[in-house]
Design a protein around this ligand. Structure first.
Ligand code: SF4
Ligand code: SF4
Length: 450
């Protein structure tokens, strides 16, 4: 045991829930992770002692806790802080006989994973990735972006309901589990403001283990769902008991963009050497789902469908450029029919703090607020290729908006797969059964101790 471990009187590893892991043996006390955690507005990590006794410690303050965003992993020069790996679990799943193994890639991953294979940031390699994942042995290539379309439908319907029935407003997005943890831990009094819609990969994972399993005549117990996400927090989210549908987790394993690249490299698969393939039919998605990967995208997708639900008319000018991120806090007033919605789009919890203060002083200041914990949204997520910086984030963002602009279907409610899921399956279920697939609940969070 190293002197550092003795000093801390703990083992070699410190786990932040199921998301991130810190290795005391590797840490050289460079302070990068401590500064990052401070700069995002959390301050869970601290540097203690001086000289060769310098080491990272974890806040014991009962009012401070990690939100699992993984931003601290981005600058570590010795890989002492990293995502909790699930590569071996995925390899094992691919070898189990009699199982249907589904893979689904998060919207932002297609614009960043190319960096691991020599492509400039923002290169869209989705077609190459579909082929590479097929080559790796997955039975079905679906997409979290389809789940994002389900989320948009659930969230837009809820927003319309809250607008018509006087709240509670503002409604907060809940796709980012780090933001959810922030509210549950730091501001539990605002839990009623979080939309009850589940997050995209939980929605699609649930859809595949219910609607799709029934359609294909497969026992849901024989389906394994693997999500490739830009995010360490999604690893922890997928483990929540509250998401279980008939005893099964919608998602079985989450690997980050970095882990997915490492897995492909381990098996000598270079996506760029393969002919671009296609997503399988039930993974089809809209442009609205694609922009979920960038800050402002969740709100814009929801607004495109909210317009339809509120006015009964389709939007002619699809782009809501006023909610597209150019700043870490973006405020706008959006007109939908007779309604004027005051909205805010924020990235980093540090920037959410002043908005929360504003709401506490004036609860009517906003109608709808999107917060993502990572810089620029998921394109800057803690599981993205190292070293993410604002220049790379900008290129990845441009790529997602470009993909959306070229798609034939750019509104979630026009995605035929999602329509089939809602009209042909969800509509026939009881309210309780529908809720078990589409919605969730939240509770005041206690400090996590590993
Ligand atoms: S995961 Fe996020 S909140 Fe937790 S220590 Fe790292 S930077 Fe801080
Ligand atoms: S912003 Fe995206 S990548 Fe970052 S913690 Fe939230 S969901 Fe994960």
């Amino acid at each position: 045991m190293s002197p550092k471990a003795k000093l801390n009187n703990e083992g070699q590893f410190h786990k932040m829930a199921h998301a991130v892991q810190f290795d005391r043996e590797k840490c050289i006390g460079c302070n990068s992770c401590v500064m990052t955690c401070k700069n995002i507005g959390i301050g869970f990590l601290k540097l203690e002692e001086k000289g060769d006794k310098k080491h990272v410690e974890f806040s014991e303050d009962p009012c401070v806790d990690c939100i699992y965003c993984g931003q601290c992993t981005n600058l570590c020069p010795v890989d002492a802080i990293y995502e909790q790996k699930e590569i071996k679990a995925v390899e094992k799943a691919l070898k189990v006989k009699g199982k249907t193994v589904i893979v689904q890639m998060g919207p932002s991953v297609r614009a960043s994973i190319g960096e691991e294979f020599g492509q400039p940031p923002g290169t869209n390699i989705s077609g190459h990735m579909f082929s590479a994942l097929r080559e790796l042995g997955f039975d079905k290539i679906f997409d979290v972006t389809m789940g994002a379309d389900i989320t948009t439908m659930a969230e837009a319907e809820e927003l319309v309901d809250r607008i018509k029935n006087k709240g509670p407003l503002p409604m907060f997005t809940s796709c980012c589990p780090s933001w959810v943890k922030y509210i549950e831990f730091y501001h539990p009094e605002l839990i009623p403001n979080l939309t009850t819609a589940r997050s995209p990969h939980i929605h699609s994972g649930g859809a595949y283990k219910t609607w799709w399993a029934e359609k294909e005549g497969i026992n849901p117990k024989d389906i394994i769902v693997v999500s490739i996400m830009p995010c360490t927090s999604k690893k922890n989210e997928a483990k929540h008991e509250k998401f279980k549908i008939k005893g099964l987790n919608p998602v079985d394993h989450v690997i980050t963009t970095k882990e997915a690249a490492a897995l492909l490299k381990k098996h000598s698969i270079d996506p760029m050497k393969l002919k671009p393939g296609k997503v399988d039919t039930c993974g089809q998605f809209s442009g609205a789902g694609i922009i979920y990967g960038a800050s402002g995208g969740v709100m814009e997708s929801a607004l495109r469908s909210t317009h339809f639900y509120l006015t009964g008319k389709e939007l002619k000018k699809i782009d809501y450029k006023e909610v597209r991120d150019t700043q870490s806090i973006k405020k706008a007033t959006v007109k939908i029919g007779d309604h004027r919605l005051n909205v805010a789009v924020v990235y980093l919890t540090m920037n959410a703090a002043p908005i929360i203060d504003e709401i506490k002083k004036n609860p009517k200041a906003y109608d709808y607020i999107e917060v993502m914990a990572c810089p620029g949204g998921c394109i800057g997520g803690g599981g993205q290729p190292l070293r993410t910086n604002m220049k790379k984030i900008e290129e990845r963002k441009k790529s997602l908006y470009s993909i959306d602009s070229k798609m034939k279907i750019r509104k979630a409610h026009q995605n035929p797969v999602v329509r089939e899921f809602f009209d042909g399956y969800i509509a026939k279920l009881t309210e309780k059964e529908q809720s078990a697939i589409l919605h969730t609940s939240y509770s005041k969070s206690k400090k996590f101790t590993s």
